[in-house]
Design a protein around this ligand. Sequence first.
Ligand SMILES: [Zn+2]
Length: 61
Amino acid sequence: MPIYEYRCKACGRTFDKLSSISEKDQMKTCPYCGKEDSVKLVSGFLSKSASKGACNASSGG
Ligand SMILES: [Zn+2]
């Protein structure tokens, strides 16, 4: 089961919770202040896009 990280907008603290596939878009309650004003953080997001089918314009000559 994947663990998602959340950040409370009320107190600003971060906490991780287990999220299922069905409840991935559910709002998590902050364990510190008890408010349901948390946002899901993206951890370990790889913004590496593999370039495929790209022709190299510059050719040695
Ligand atoms: Zn909080």
